[in-house]
Design a protein around this ligand. Structure first.
Ligand SMILES: NC(=O)c1ccc[n+]([C@@H]2O[C@H](COP(=O)([O-])OP(=O)(O)OC[C@H]3O[C@@H](n4cnc5c(N)ncnc54)[C@H](OP(=O)(O)O)[C@@H]3O)[C@@H](O)[C@H]2O)c1
Length: 336
């Protein structure tokens, strides 16, 4: 029976031979792309984990959340994505400012209580976005990427994550109230002061990528944009990232936790999943990994079962025929 990385550690099996650290060739996709890549100085599996759904509306309790992160790490995940803004703004009497930083604290606490190799884990966070709560009780988001906000939030994130230098800090989104170059100037300052080691940008088009690159140079390493079967990179940023040698990180890779998406885009994924006896989520993630050698995907799981199921997509080898069907979105007719 297959061992988990934690079982491998307990059995004293050397790092490189543990299941989660297996040589990339063990699990190469049909298109021969390594399932590992470099990001912000770490070599990590490209199948990673987003931690938003553990920290905002609909979140599980904190014990389940920590167990979910542990399940992902035990399965081999080595890159966790969080944000300064992953929290619930307080209703009078139920939250308050104490909620701020909930998502980052959760990631810190999960890592601190994990018995695995913590120094192998890349933690990325994001800055420049806030949560809102309107008078009808509806949660929302608001950009605030003024340089002073970016710098103050970055320092708070470093404190919460208990690091001297944030390995990877993203600009969460473009603040329409400010020139993008001014926002990137704050990240330049954070790089120069050693508060962050590498920068990513999120929710951007190719023009923003070019502006960021001109200011941050090689300090810019990643672009995090929405990508899934129902959101296929209309702005062609994935190709631009590949040309520039930047990592492309797919957010909401399963169609999004909060957003409603076009479910018909998933029909062919469900059919292939049924034929392979795996979850539709695994087919989606394996398809994403097959697209580029420098593509990372960060599904959110809300319980340990989902976390293990997502990471098992690394072992799913899609055939060229599967990939062609998925690419075209062709619905299969009859049993295959
Ligand atoms: N940069 C940005 O602006 C931005 C925006 C959005 C997200 N993100 C990042 O992207 C990450 C993922 O995005 P997302 O949370 O929007 O959505 P997602 O990963 O597309 O979908 C997550 C939802 O899919 C379901 N799921 C996950 N694994 C499953 C499995 N194995 N089987 C069945 N259902 C499964 C869960 O919902 P149920 O438990 O309800 O089934 C989960 O909440 C976030 O954690 C965050 O790090 C970034």
């Amino acid at each position: 029976m297959a061992m988990t990385p934690a079982e491998g550690r307990r059995a004293g099996i050397p790092v490189a031979e543990r299941p989660g650290n297996a040589a990339p060739t063990r699990m190469e996709t049909r298109r021969d792309r390594s399932l590992y890549a470099e990001l912000a100085g770490y070599r990590v599996p490209r199948l990673a984990m987003g931690c938003m759904a553990l920290a905002i509306e609909g979140r599980p309790g904190s014990h389940t959340a920590v167990d979910t992160i542990h399940a992902a790490l035990d399965a081999g995940v080595r890159y966790l994505d969080t944000a300064w803004s992953y929290y619930l703004p307080g209703r009078p009497g139920t939250g308050g400012p104490g909620e701020r930083g909930y998502g980052e604290r959760l990631v810190h606490d999960a890592l601190a209580t994990w018995d695995g190799p913590r120094d192998e884990v890349l933690i990325a966070t994001k800055t420049g976005w806030l949560r809102t709560l309107d008078s009808r009780g509806a949660y929302g988001w608001k950009a605030d990427a003024r340089p002073q906000t970016i710098i103050a939030q970055a320092k708070e994130s470093a404190m919460r994550l208990n690091v001297d230098c944030l390995s990877l800090l993203y600009s969460h989104c473009d603040d329409p109230a400010l020139p993008y170059a001014d926002q990137m100037g704050a990240f330049r300052q954070l790089l120069d002061e050693g508060v962050v080691g590498h920068v990513g940008i999120s929710r951007v088009g190719n023009d923003d990528i070019d502006i960021a690159r001109s200011i941050l140079g090689t300090g810019l390493v990643a672009v995090q944009n929405q990508f899934s079967p129902s959101s296929r990179d209309a702005g062609h940023t994935m190709g631009h990232c590949a040309d520039l040698g930047l990592a492309f990180v797919c957010y909401s890779p399963l169609g999004g936790f909060l957003d409603s998406c076009d479910r018909s885009a998933y029909t062919v994924f469900q059919q292939i999943a049924a034929l392979r006896d795996v979850s539709c989520q695994q087919v989606v993630l394996a398809w994403e990994l097959s697209r580029h050698a420098n593509l990372f995907t960060i599904p959110s799981a809300r319980n340990p079962f989902e976390a293990r199921d997502c990471f098992a997509a690394q072992d799913l080898v899609l055939t060229d025929k599967d990939l062609a069907l998925l690419e075209r979105g062709t619905v299969l007719s009859g049993a295959q």
